[in-house]
Every structure is written in C-alpha cells, then in structure tokens.
Design a protein. Structure first.
Length: 156
C-alpha cells in the first residue's frame, strides 16, 4: 500500500517537475527615432548578427515577429542560420502570442517592440520588466517556469 501511495504521489507531481521549455523575448534592435517602419541602423544589424551567435548551441523551434521591417531584420540572421521561417503575429494581441508561444512546447523567440515586450514577459508569468525607452536596445529575456533571466546583446 505504501508503494502504491508513493507511486501515486509521483504521478501527481510529474507535471510540476516537467521542465517548461524557455521562451525568449527581445525588442527589435537599433532603429532611428520617429519613423513608422524603419530599417535597422548599422548597429542594429550588428546586434542582430550577435543574436544569431548568442543562440548557437541553444534549441529553437520558431521565431515570431510582428509585420514590421525592424522585427524581421532583427530575427533575420538567426532565422537564416537555423533555416527557420519567420512567423508573424499581431503585436496588439499579447494573449494570442503568449498562447501561441506556449503551444509550441519548444523553445521559441518572440521579437516585439518597446510597448509590447514588457507585457509579453509579464503575460508569460514572469516579473514585468520596466518600460522600455527608444534607446533601450539589446535586452533579451529567457522566460521559463514563470521566472525570467535577463541578457544583453551588444553590438560591439
């Protein structure tokens, strides 16, 4: 009977012990201020190349971007290196991208904007980052099991 109770307890605890795959969230990289759909600046392009290098050796199933040049260009080098097709999402619908990322059941990257990234990180269950200002480029969050780790992607 004792073994049966122990086996049942392990069965109930198994989902809690299952490791949730990480979801990575970053804002698009360096752009000029005040333009609706700008290309990345040279330093943003350099940072995007560094992002591809940062992900070396890490699993990644999908990359979600809004339908703006700056998010596609931020993720472009990484997508090309991995042979991943960029998937677009509506940046006005945080619950939908959070649900989509979780449904992947594998590591994914979401590339957002200064006004969406804090809500996405919080929507994933981690502590909400501070508001991002225009000049805040290069932050990357790794969210797993409702906690976030913060990294910086430098452009050199």
């Amino acid at each position: 009977m004792r073994n049966l109770i122990l086996a049942f307890a392990c069965f109930l605890a198994a989902p809690a012990l299952a490791k949730e795959p990480p979801i990575y969230v970053t804002r698009h990289y360096d752009t000029p201020a005040g333009e609706r759909d700008p290309d990345l600046l040279p330093q943003g392009k350099a940072r995007a190349e560094k992002l591809a290098k940062w992900f070396r050796g890490k699993k990644l199933k999908a990359i979600y971007v809004s339908d703006f040049k700056r998010t596609r260009q931020t993720a472009g080098p990484l997508a090309a290196a991995r042979g991943i097709t960029l998937e677009t999402y509506d940046p006005r619908d945080t619950p939908a991208i959070v649900a989509r990322a979780r449904a992947a059941k594998a590591p994914v990257l979401i590339v957002g904007h200064s006004n969406t990234v804090p809500d996405i990180v919080a929507g994933l269950g981690a502590e909400r980052p501070a508001e991002l200002m225009h000049e805040n480029f290069g932050d990357l969050w790794r969210v797993s099991a409702n906690t976030a780790s913060h990294f910086r992607i430098e452009q050199d």
